[in-house]
Design a protein. Structure first.
Length: 396
């Protein structure tokens, strides 16, 4: 009877035990394949190296599969016991700045995300004045951005190459960009001239001597998840946004682009949607271009405080003189041309203002959708994982 009672009290295997079993079985299969594979024969060292490469690929694939199984088993155990998965125990304050998504002890830098013409250059320049390193060489200031872009030439060029590989341009087809395919292309071309700009950028970003850094390029709204797979560290994100019609009008007036208003609004939608969805699992600080321009002292202090909470060792706050010297509302790029009160109206009946005199029903529907998203940014709901996007929106 005691023996039967003891058997009845045996506990089911835990998720950890199951993962260990899968791990052991996986590596047994790998080494069985190695032992039973044909001899390299007369191929010499090249054949041996090829065999080693094959084994390493098998191990890599198995590790990815084990990670997936570990997550699935943890969730299944949690569901069976009707409890949430256990909260990971935070690690001690480590000397190393390496962090994970779950343990943001220290983050080495900030990626600035935002649509073109949305004030990313303004916040990027101000972060640089807070002491965040941008390195170089940088894209030079221009007539339409007199204070500078604060964009690394190598990262911008590599973003263009990553997009071009998928028949994507920064102003069209960005909705088609596949970050996983981009990472595959980057890893396959890592040793080739095609990725030379990326290697240069990563050499700066992955070097601890350059921390803390700031990386800024609006294309990162689209390509961010590709770069995350290449960085040695997990960065924080500063996401900034601007009224969609202000952005579209700026693109329309820009001498070398002159995009139609409707196309500019579609670009605004896709860039903001991808930028938000791509950073939902990162430590993210949200900034409004309108607030940066109208109340820079308080907005920049808030940005400093929240980036510090994210684990970014921002060197110092800005002096008021630095802010007033850098922010110039008279610059064309910095103007908020719209005295807009759309978010207080019925968005289902709202019409485009006089700055876009259109009666086209498709234009009106588009305008109502971008204003819905803009108002959700203003009240913060657009940054929740459950926010509803029109994922079929294209910028073509």
């Amino acid at each position: 009877m005691a023996r039967f009672a003891q058997q009845g009290s045996m506990r089911a295997p835990t998720a950890f035990q199951l993962v260990v079993v899968v791990l052991v079985l996986g590596y047994v299969i790998i080494f069985y394949n190695v032992l039973t594979s044909p001899s390299p024969g007369t191929g010499g060292e090249d054949a041996v190296q090829a065999e080693l490469d094959r084994v390493q690929r098998l191990v890599s694939v198995k590790n990815v599969e084990l990670d997936r199984l570990r997550t699935e088993l943890t969730k299944r155990v949690a569901d069976e016991t009707h409890t949430q998965p256990p909260t990971p125990t935070p690690p001690p304050q480590a000397v190393s700045p390496h962090v994970s998504l779950l343990h943001p002890a220290i983050r080495p830098g900030v990626v600035v995300l935002g649509m073109h013409r949305s004030g990313t250059s303004i916040v990027g320049g101000l972060l640089n004045q807070m002491g965040l390193n941008v390195g170089g060489p940088l894209i030079q200031a221009a007539e339409d951005n007199a204070k500078g872009f604060f964009e690394r030439i190598d990262v911008v060029l590599q973003n263009d190459y990553l997009m071009k590989k998928q028949t994507v341009h920064y102003a069209w087809n960005t909705h088609k960009y596949d970050a996983h395919l981009g990472l595959k292309h980057a890893l396959e071309g890592e040793a080739t001239s095609w990725f030379s700009e990326g290697r240069r950028g990563l050499a700066f970003l992955n070097d601890e001597k350059n921390h803390p850094w700031m990386l800024k390029d609006p294309r990162l709204c689209i390509t961010l998840r590709t770069w995350l797979g290449l960085l040695n560290f997990v960065p924080a994100v500063l996401f900034t946004y601007r009224h969609p019609l202000d952005v579209a009008l700026s693109l329309h007036k820009r001498e070398f682009e002159q995009y139609r208003i409707a196309r500019g609004l579609k670009m605004w939608y896709v860039y903001n949607m991808r930028g938000i969805l791509n950073s939902n699992d990162l430590c993210r600080v949200v900034a409004s271009h309108k607030k940066v321009m109208s109340d820079p002292r308080n907005e920049l202090d808030r940005i400093f405080d929240q980036l510090t909470e994210c684990g970014v060792p921002v060197p110092h706050r800005l002096q008021t003189s630095q802010i007033t010297d850098f922010i110039d509302p008279k610059l064309q790029h910095g103007r908020n041309t719209l005295k807009d009160a759309s978010c207080g109206q019925d968005l289902s009946t709202i019409m485009p203002p006089e700055t876009w005199p259109t009666t086209d029903l498709e234009h009106i529907t588009l305008y109502r959708e971008v204003i819905r998203v803009y108002c959700a940014m203003e009240d913060g709901t657009a940054f929740s994982p459950g926010f509803k996007w029109v994922t079929t929106m294209t910028d073509s």
